[in-house]
Design a protein around this ligand. Sequence first.
Ligand code: CAA
Length: 301
Amino acid sequence: MSESVQASDVRRVVVLGAGTMGQGIAQVMAQAGYVTHLYDVDAARIGRAIESIKQATDRLVQKGKMLNEARSELIGALVPTSDLAQACSDVDLVIESAPEQMELKVGLLREVKALAPERAILGTNTSSLSITEIGTRTAAAARTIGLHFFNPPPVMELLEVVRGLGTDEDVVATSLAIAKRIGKTPIVVNDMPGFATSRLGVVIGAEAMRMLESGVASAEDIDRAMELGYRHPMGPLKLTDLVGLDVRLMILEHLHREIGEQFRPPAILRQMVRAGRLGKKSGEGFYRWTESGPVPVAHKR
Ligand code: CAA
């Protein structure tokens, strides 16, 4: 294998997937000055993502938190694209942010591997899937690494860097340097299901759902308990709405298979996903999401 790229040589980034996370990651990378291609199979989704970034950064300028010139540079660094070959032709760093499904991620990264230079680092924003498996099945284990961002990516400080069994230590070092450049604090975690974050995070979320199912208290009061009693910035049900119920379900299903019974997805979560109540992105989950924020909804027991 040829040498992977060094942090100081990283110029061009491709973010694969323009969903909630891909959009936020693209904003972070463009803000740090990387030429950032935002790719999705759905052109309309790319358009919506760019529009949301424009609106979010416009609010930051209005609040005096970002200079107008900085915003213009950020927007100028974003390249929306549905042409994967062109985006990957000279890429240094790929950040895959497709839905949490192994076959989808492997398929996409195999395609990218055939199009990108050999030096390119293949990062994946998976919340729980095996980096070792993704790297091995892509036949690029040495340069495959987990780069796990948190929602909302422009605001959350952590970057969880996940080292697969075959990941080259140079690729870990480059990822840590990139984390610093984008203003994140990294932790390095070995490749175990759910890493150091999702494994703990979904336990609280799933238990809150079971408490709602068994009538312990209302969704707002379960959330308030953790917000006021434990100083969590938002309660576990509101946070599930923010992350996406479909995302949480996929993580729980994976951890249930890999670790065991304590991760069995609650029935209410499956039902709500089937009903299309995916949380903030669909307009309703455990709350109804309005212009002025989340509003409680009654839950049938
Ligand atoms: N770009 C840049 N800044 C942004 C932004 C954006 N797109 N959106 C919001 N902000 C900034 C705002 O300007 C604001 O800044 P100030 O505090 O300096 O004014 C700040 O972010 C907070 O925004 P708001 O005032 O709108 O909202 P808030 O104070 O209610 O905080 C929150 C919102 C940051 C989401 C907070 O509630 C929080 O931290 N919640 C917990 C989030 C969390 O746990 N995320 C992890 C989820 S798990 C995950 O993501 C991993 C996975 O794999 C599924």
